[in-house]
Design a protein around this ligand. Structure first.
Ligand SMILES: C[S@@+](CC[C@H](N)C(=O)[O-])C[C@H]1O[C@@H](n2cnc3c(N)ncnc32)[C@H](O)[C@@H]1O
Length: 342
């Protein structure tokens, strides 16, 4: 058999270096090194370690790596500063590249778990996300930066229900709310909306409460740790949202749709936002959809799989709700909205 071509080797090597760059960027994000260096302007590794409250020997090694991959420049002998690339990974940078770094390390973790689990078929569930303790706190911010702009730019304008709920001072529930970004953004845009977010991870709820308080939204937004399958509120609800959460509870979808229908007031709306798993496998080769194909393997480890919007529409019909599908981001994202009419 002919040996691997040099072109192929070079091409894979450059992709492997891209992965290393993201690994180094991840450390810079999680340990606050990019942010601390931005404040200092330029610094020795020791001064950077002191500012970020990290170990000097680790920071020195990280600086060498980050310098090698163009995240840092040596702006004076022994002193480093951020390059444009390094600066773009700061979590506070407008349009930050941070989500790529978090996704890369989370994906490596999920690949390692999938590789080990494939022999038995075991699917350990949601807690796999929490196995890497530095990743979990960044999961919410990653999703927020990836999808917050789409909500504000496209979805709020296209789906009319939000404004109607605002006019009524209505209650919005977010099931599987993560770090609460969706309710925060709704409450910032619509001054009369009240919200309650529920999530299974206490870490997410602590983050949601902390940021809502910082943003001055604590009076209108509440967050609770709990299980979607046990969800109940006494007040009849105007809007129930689930963002990237329905596929996590699809194994008992009948129960979930009974809860959605039962908790909504007559005239209330459920708005489900999910990645749009394409019917045509060839679509997965599109650069914008490849990540989704990898992610569906990582969803499998967690006991889930991505959905086609028609599957969601069919479940709404089972509980007597007529659904409407909206597609966004060149069809990669689907929002399915349905009103309770009985
Ligand atoms: C992919 S994340 C999406 C988070 C958030 N909605 C967003 O868009 O950023 C799915 C969320 O659903 C939560 N979740 C999954 N199953 C759940 C359950 N049975 N009860 C409560 N939360 C659950 C997870 O903890 C996780 O935060």
């Amino acid at each position: 058999m002919s040996s691997v071509s040099e072109d192929l080797r070079q091409s894979v090597m450059s992709q492997a270096q891209g992965a290393l760059l993201l690994n180094l960027a991840y450390i810079g994000v999680v340990d606050g090194l990019f942010s601390a260096l931005a404040k200092l302007g330029q610094a020795t590794p020791d001064a950077l370690a002191a500012a970020a409250q990290k170990d000097g020997a680790y920071v020195l090694r990280w600086c060498d790596g980050a310098y090698a991959f163009g995240l840092l420049d040596e702006s004076a002998p022994g002193e480093f500063s951020l390059t444009e690339l390094g600066s773009a990974f700061r979590p506070e940078a407008a349009g930050t590249l941070m989500p790529f770094a978090v996704q890369a390390v989370l994906s490596a973790h999920m690949a390692e778990r999938a590789a080990g689990l494939m022999a038995t078929g075991d699917r350990p569930g949601e807690q796999v996300l929490a196995e890497r303790e530095t990743v979990l706190p960044w999961f919410g911010p990653m999703l927020e930066h990836n999808f917050g702009p789409l909500l504000e730019r496209d979805i709020l304008a296209a789906v009319p229900v939000y404004r109607q709920v605002d006019e009524r001072g209505g209650l919005v529930i977010d099931l599987g709310c993560g770090n609460g970004w969706y309710l925060r953004r709704l409450a910032s845009r619509f001054p009369h909306v009240r919200g309650l977010g529920l999530d299974g991870f206490a870490e997410n709820i602590e983050q949601a409460e902390r940021i809502a308080a910082q943003d001055g939204l604590a009076e209108r937004l509440r967050f609770d740790t709990g299980n979607i399958y046990d969800f109940h509120v006494d007040e009849a609800v105007d809007l129930i949202a689930m963002n990237r959460a329905l596929h996590h509870v699809w194994s008992d979808k009948e129960k979930v749709f009974r809860i959605l229908h039962g908790q909504l007031k007559s005239g209330g709306t459920a708005v489900i936002w999910e990645p749009h798993w394409p019917s045509d496998r060839a679509a997965l080769r599109e650069p914008g959809r490849r990540g989704m194909a990898f992610q569906n393997l990582s969803e499998h480890v967690q006991g889930n799989h991505f959905l086609h919007p028609d599957e969601i529409v069919a479940e709404f019909e089972q509980v007597g709700m007529q659904a409407q599908v909206y597609l966004f981001a060149d069809g990669r994202e689907a929002v399915v909205s349905a009103v309770r009419t009985d």
